[in-house]
Write a new protein. Sequence first.
Length: 600
Amino acid sequence: MQNADMKLSILKQKSKHDENYRFERLYRNLFSEDFFLRAYQKIHSKEGNMTPGIDEQTIDGFNKGQITQLIELLKMERYHPKPVRRTYIPKKSGKQRPLGIPTFTDKLVQEVVRQILEAIYEPIFCESSHGFRPNRSCQTALHQIKQSGRGANWVIEGDITRFFENVNHEVLLGLLSKKIQDGRFLELIRRFLKAGYFEFKQVHNSISGTPQSGVLSPILANIYLHEFDKYMEELTKGYSKGVRKRIVPLYQKLGNERYDAKQEGNYEKANELLKQMQSMHVGDQMDEDFIRVSYCRFADDFLICIIGSKALAVEIKDKIACFMKQRLGLELNQEKTVISNLSQEHVLFLGYEIAKAHCNTQMAKTSHGHKVRSVNGKIQLLVPSQAIRDRLKPFCKDGRAYPFLARCNYPVLDIICRYNAEIQGLYNYYCLAINVSERLSRFKYYHYVSMLKTIARKEKSSIGAVFSKYGIDVPRKVGTGTRRIVGVQYETKSGMHTMTYFNDSLKRIKQPLTNVSGQFGQVISGVQLLKRLNADVCELCGADSGGMEVHHVRKLKDIVQKYRKRGRMPPNWVVVMGTIRRKTLVVCHSCHVKIHNGTL
């Protein structure tokens, strides 16, 4: 029997070689235990799995018996997803954002369906789509805008009104049926769409929208908006015309006069004419015979860069609104979908400021040896100053760094780790920006001083004493020699290690990050867990009677610290988990019951 990886590979190859191929008998893949183990391997490490759904169950206690029961229900077509438990989280605007918590069983089935859909649709998705796709990210979207948007003078910032809540179920299922000819598989997706949500002790039906906070929502959203991506591909090709802009007559006249002046040896006049030429555009900015339109989408946000007139931008915006309404049943948010002049203002997209560069002095030579203004018209990515001010609020006030009081009870190593994660994450996101060093240097200063004051408050000492106690000499990233920075040493099974505050240079990088290494690490961890589960041996008592369960914890260090604070030795199962450094423990049913009863 073929395993899940091989079956998914076959689906992917069929879709890649024949875009019009219709897939049949997909539902039978849900009868394979290997698909569910692969799904469990993918999602087991997410902390949200420890939050109970409407059935009050979590991932804790997972075993192969659950898979067997699921497969039997699916075979008899008696599997029905449960409503998600609705809760609310605060938004930046002060409003509340609804959040759905599915049951773990539903997450597992959704992940199997998601992997099948991804194998079918990923090969045919457009290059302009970047959200929720493997090896793609916000940065790949921004990089595409930078590459394809050069010279744009008008930009349409697109936003769809409550997209995830307004997806039309019948339209979505109709789009799926173009590629999938399997009634049982489509019916299962329909059940997920119609599962509804549980709030105020009542079940509310879902009339529209994708499963709230479900594993399936991102891939279904991309399938739904794939129609829009294809429409925009045709639209951009249809509008684009011309090879190059018409040369401004005055620029050409000045160029001829400059040539004559150089021939006569009048270099002073030639230089004056050059300065005049550099103060104007070479190409006619109002040339109606040269048009370029480029499009990029991340989830339900999109950006359209236009070399053309504002009237053209308005026309494109109206066509998009009409397509959204007629073909997809969606509304374009007229307040947030705005047309901006990129030559006069910056545009905010995916947390970056997008601007058009203008510099008359920076020159470069073409392959023909002609000098050109190499920077003019280039798209520049910038770190918004407001983003840095918002990030600094917990650590800085009125120009002074303050301790983060909520962290004073953490061990020093944890304090440094948390501060490190914050600045590392901020740098990783904004590393494409040309002003990343300038903007983050200010943040780094106040952030670092805040960390020193937090450690000083914890130990009831001064910053100088903290620096003397925890200062470590590290090599400079630029130049030679060393610099002293606060850090601690800690020991693991592999030996002694040093953790210091972020010491990397804040330089701009040119290629986008896609988080490939993070995904790879999760897969390796999942493979180890499956090997332990398939071994059918209890990692506490050594029983090999089968029917092993997986004990999960949200955070291992929190459990260890709980016992330390109480002045008690951790129980054996905590010691074992600490030794293997995993948030999971494969145990027999008897040991699992004892863990939860506190009798082990």
